[in-house]
Design a protein around this ligand. Structure first.
Ligand SMILES: C[S@@+](CC[C@H](N)C(=O)[O-])C[C@H]1O[C@@H](n2cnc3c(N)ncnc32)[C@H](O)[C@@H]1O
Length: 1014
């Protein structure tokens, strides 16, 4: 094998991005539908990265191009036109891949066999060993298995470990195996018909014949034993999960029927609730509603109306109290409603009492919550009517049975190991990962508190019957292996049901359905929550969850049958001792981005109960009441930056994360063969994170040999630019640095970096990568130069080395100069040099975000790249204004110190012929070098004041007439200003006055251009 891998030379970047983004819309059969796990990577990106890492570079341009195309296919554009209401026609360019094996659905393409053969051949005819030390939901090992590799998937979290077993291990073990369906489904006509149609592909007469075999026109009770069983009913594990899922459901339905009454023959979709607090002023019960919309669709708008009851009643304290009365009203077509409907009773300030108008502040509500005095009221019921969803008030029986559920809890949970989930919820608070949890702030201290009594009763009932499956299967003679797999998947179905049945779920009025608990990986309190009827065939039902799971199993059975058995290990990779591996591909946790263990304890508590006793291995992994967090004795544990684990000490928390990460990379180094490769997915937006992780990689002994920014989020650039999340993840490829490598010199490294980076920047720009993503996309190639050396010495400072931080500073500046070059001079331009920092920042920010609010993360990254800080920009230069978590450019006329010129405005020059502006404020720190953007803004003021003499004096004083950079800046500012604005008119006038010949075309943000090759 040549020592270079395809990924180090070429990669189907655009195709992998397109297919990764497309995959977000895939539903049935996708890994993400088996069970929630945060931050799953798209399969297309994982597959592409694995193939290109496992296969050698062919070493020939034509062969390389052919191989890249065989992986990714070609990109095809289609133009779709849409007629707008205004009569204008809007064109949308859609791009998709044709061919290749990355697109969802092509993973079972016959060409995959060719790739499997090539990969084996590249490893001397054996299956290469692939390790993922942070395997999470298993996207990387699943793809490794699909490619015929021997996969090792390691994760510290028991929930992840269990998901990995269900994702990788059971399907691999059971692929191609079948067992007879249980007797009880042989009598279920609906089930068998489905089975014959889907599993046996029977239709027409064949289907009738098969069904007749099981359902002759003889009553079941009249049939003789064995009669009607000539058709083969051996089925794979997915069908067994369906069958046993039905078994669980049937029993649960019988137990729970009375708690979910069907009124007027219309099945319930959701019970809507509002938490309540007692008004501190009038003692009324205040419903906490974020909105009073019940349905908000173009063709149907329904609201919940609140009035107060005239007939006061007297409470225990002998005080006269009013009460809130609800009614439901469908709005007439075109009827207008006030803002109050959107806002409900809640605002940022707190809750407004509908009876007296007093405000219960958030602090009041927290205090009441912590004292256990928050309650809840059922406000409305959504049902399936003849013509779609209907909304009505609950009837008395519905309110009553919801309350009565509490009385049945004890008996149900008495039969379940560990009883009702009393384990503590995450403490929350703080500024790190734990900020995701606010439930304890409102008194929801135990996991049980996140469910209504009826939800607990339903989940407990599902757990109880799921646990009973194993004994019944044993009695029916199924093997231990089969029982474990079926029970495991049913436990996942309970988890999925819990996710759709907690009091964190809300009713999504625009989609007319119940949301899941994890809209993001956090547990905020939901004021008005929705409760499903999980025994019915509606959203959030157990039946629906079983369906999702079985569809994944079917897909996986076909996908992993080529692979040797995977190793799924629950352990910390900080102390990982794995055997030798050929490739490590991994997607590590990023600082405080996602509190995996705390959030996923939501599932742990249910799995603990559903699985207990299923196998010794499972019991050992789920031995503790909750998933592991941090072990202080061994200084090892889940790698997330969460200061609440270190008594609020942020430095200790950060150090623990960074040290742990470095140890994992060292373990990867030890595990890899000499020519092995480490591929790491980076999706963090903060410069510090990059610095630390990159330092850890270098210190562990790796060289960066390639990097690709794969777009993994939706292709809408506007969203991607304005959200704080990165739309791309950068896949860094590393190999072991030769032990003979000697230290390098900074000047040489910077030269090498410039050579390496320039073409890549053009490629990435042409591929439509913008904003913070662009900075990070460029960092990978730059690292290739720096990481070759164990240390980089400074040529001009004996004994000093260039730190990673300094190096990254150079990289960012180079990237920024490149972007500004494009902004100033158009797409064909080269990087600009010599522009001052503030003007550079202004152009970057204005180009990406205009005068809109920009996410602070992106603005800070740009500031750092320009050697500035966000404080400099807001306080010293008065260029930015902070608005919550966003930063906004101040328009030129609102900059208080605009154009304060130390040369012209300082006290000593007063009285001279200076064009001082009225109301001009000296900035806190007077700058001798005046940024070009300030000069431009000052000129705009002078021009607007209409005194040409002052304009001329300023132009001459600052030498702007012959300053080419200033002319380019003016031209760029004109293009950035909106058409018809005063800003644009002023800039054009000044530009014309100076005789600037502006010919630049506006920099366009193409979505994608070509797959990139070096
Ligand atoms: C970004 S996620 C991986 C997601 C995965 N690539 C996927 O597609 O689902 C990072 C994972 O690292 C795991 N993790 C955190 N600390 C760990 C440690 N010390 N050892 C092993 N795994 C750890 C977390 O539990 C989490 O599953």
């Amino acid at each position: 094998m040549t020592d270079r891998r395809l990924i180090e030379v070429a990669f189907p970047l655009k195709q992998a991005s397109l297919d990764s983004v497309h995959e977000k819309n895939v539903r049935h059969g996708h890994i993400s539908t088996l069970h929630i796990w945060p931050a799953r990577r798209p399969l297309a990106a994982c597959r592409a990265a694995l193939i290109a890492t496992l296969l050698p570079d062919p070493g020939d341009d034509d062969e390389r191009r052919a191989l890249v195309e065989r992986i990714g296919g070609q990109v095809k554009s289609t133009v779709k036109t849409k007629k707008l209401a205004s009569g204008e026609v809007e064109e949308e360019i859609r791009e998709e891949t044709v061919g290749g094996i990355l697109h969802w659905g092509r993973e079972s393409d016959p060409d995959m066999d060719w790739f499997r053969e090539q990969i084996r051949a590249a490893y001397g005819g054996r299956a290469p060993r692939v390790l993922d030390p942070f395997a999470g939901g298993g996207a990387i090992p699943l793809e490794a298995m699909r490619l015929g590799c021997e996969a090792t998937a390691v994760d510290i979290n028991p929930v992840a470990w269990f998901i990995l077993k269900c994702t990788l291990e059971y399907p691999q073990k059971l692929a191609g195996k079948t067992r007879p369906l249980p007797d009880f489904v042989l009598e279920d006509r609906g089930f068998m018909e489905d089975f014959f149609k889907k599993a046996r592909a029977l239709s027409g007469k064949d289907l009738d014949a098969a069904l007749r075999d099981f359902f002759p026109d003889v009553e079941a009770s009249m049939r003789l034993p064995g009669m009607g069983a000539t058709t083969d009913v051996n089925a794979d594990v997915a069908w067994h999960v369906r069958a046993w899922g039905n078994w669980v459901l049937e029993r649960a339905r019988a137990d729970l029927e009375r708690y979910y009454p069907t009124v007027d023959g219309k099945p319930t979709v959701a019970y809507l609730w509002a938490r309540t607090v007692t008004c501190k002023n009038c003692r009324a019960t205040v419903p906490l509603l974020k909105t009073t919309w019940l349905a908000k669709k173009a063709n149907k708008r329904v609201v919940l109306e609140l009035t107060t009851d005239d007939t006061d009643f007297t409470d225990k304290a002998e005080k006269s109290v009013q009460s809130v009365v609800f009614s439901v009203r469908e709005l007439a077509k075109g009827e207008k409603v006030g803002r109050g409907v959107d806002e409900g009773t809640m605002s940022r300030a707190g809750a407004t009492c509908p009876c007296c108008g007093a405000i219960m502040t958030m602090e009041d509500i927290r205090t009441e919550g912590q004292a256990g005095r928050l309650s809840a009221v059922m406000t409305a019921v959504v049902v399936n009517g003849d013509k779609g969803k209907e909304y009505r008030l609950p009837i008395a029986e519905e309110r009553q049975v919801a309350e009565e559920a509490i009385m049945a809890l004890e008996a149900v949970f008495a039969e379940i190991p560990f009883g009702i989930p009393d384990e503590p919820t995450p403490t929350g608070g703080g500024s790190g990962a734990s900020r995701a949890f606010s439930v304890q702030g409102y008194g929801l201290m135990r996991w049980r508190d996140l469910f209504t009594p009826r939800q607990l009763l339903a989940l407990g009932t599902f757990v109880r019957h799921t646990r009973a499956v194993r004994e019944t299967m044993r009695e029916a003679g199924y093997s231990a292996e089969w029982i474990e797999a079926v029970s495991a998947y049913l436990a996942l179905a309970v988890d999925r049901t819990a996710e759709r049945n907690s009091t964190i779920c809300h009713y999504d009025v625009s989609r007319d359905s119940i949301s899941g608990t994890f809209q993001r990986y956090a547990l905020p309190i939901t004021w008005d929550y929705a409760e499903a009827a999980p025994t019915m065939a509606a959203a959030g039902s157990m039946e629906g969850q079983i369906d999702w799971i079985t569809r994944y199993i079917e897909h996986a059975l076909a996908g992993v049958r080529y692979a040797p058995p995977p190793r799924v290990e629950r352990q910390s990779s900080v102390s990982l001792k794995s055997g030798t591996v050929d490739v490590v591909v991994t997607d590590p946790p990023y600082y405080d981005a996602i509190p995996y263990s705390d959030a996923m304890d939501f599932f742990y508590v249910w799995l603990h109960r559903s699985l207990h006793g299923l196998s010794q291995e499972i019991d050992a992994v789920f031995a503790e009441p909750l998933a592991p967090k941090w072990d202080y004795a061994t200084n090892d544990g889940e790698l997330i930056d969460d200061a609440s684990r270190f008594d609020g000490d942020k430095d200790r928390s950060k150090a623990a994360y960074e040290d742990g990460m470095a140890r994992v990379f060292q373990n990867c180094y030890r595990a890899l063969t000499p020519e092995g490769r480490l591929v790491i997915v980076f999706a963090h937006k903060h410069p510090d994170a990059w610095e630390t992780l990159v330092s850890a990689i270098i210190r562990a002994g790796f060289i960066v040999t390639g990097s690709w920014p794969i777009e993994t989020e939706m292709g809408n650039r506007t969203r991607a630019l304005t959200s704080a999340a990165l739309a791309s993840s950068v896949w860094l490829v590393c190999k072991k640095r030769p032990p003979t490598a000697r230290p390098g010199w900074d000047n040489r490294v910077l030269d090498e970096m410039r050579t390496l980076i320039t073409q890549r920047l053009r490629d990435f720009w042409d591929a439509g990568i913008r904003g913070p993503d662009f900075v990070w996309a460029a960092t990978g190639p730059a690292m290739e130069a720096y990481s070759q050396y164990p240390a980089v010495k400074k040529a001009d400072e004996p004994g000093q080395v260039m730190t990673v931080s300094e190096f990254l500073g150079h990289v960012r500046r180079m990237v920024v100069d490149f972007v500004v070059g494009r902004v100033l001079s158009g797409d064909g331009a080269e990087a600009i040099t010599g522009l001052d920092d503030l003007t550079t920042y202004y152009l970057l920010h204005r180009h990406d975000f205009g005068l809109d609010e920009a996410p602070a993360g992106a603005a800070i990254l740009y500031a750092i790249s320009c050697n500035l800080s966000d404080r400099d920009l807001s306080d010293r230069y008065r260029l930015l204004e902070q608005k919550g978590s966003t930063l906004q450019l101040l328009p030129w006329h609102r900059r208080a110190s605009v154009g304060y010129d130390p040369v012209l405005d300082a006290a000593e020059s007063q009285g001279a012929e200076t064009p001082r502006l009225p109301g001009l404020e000296a900035p806190e720190a007077v700058l001798l070098e005046l940024p070009l953007i300030d000069q431009a803004h000052r000129l705009m003021h002078l021009w607007r004041a209409g005194d040409v003499t002052k304009v001329d004096a300023y132009l001459d004083a600052r030498g702007l007439r012959r300053n080419a950079l200033f002319h380019q800046l003016l031209q760029a500012l004109i293009e950035l200003a909106s058409a018809g604005s005063e800003e644009r008119a002023l800039l054009e006038s000044i530009s014309n006055y100076l005789g600037v010949k502006g010919t630049k075309t506006a920099a366009q943000a193409h979505l994608y251009i070509t797959g990139s090759e070096r």
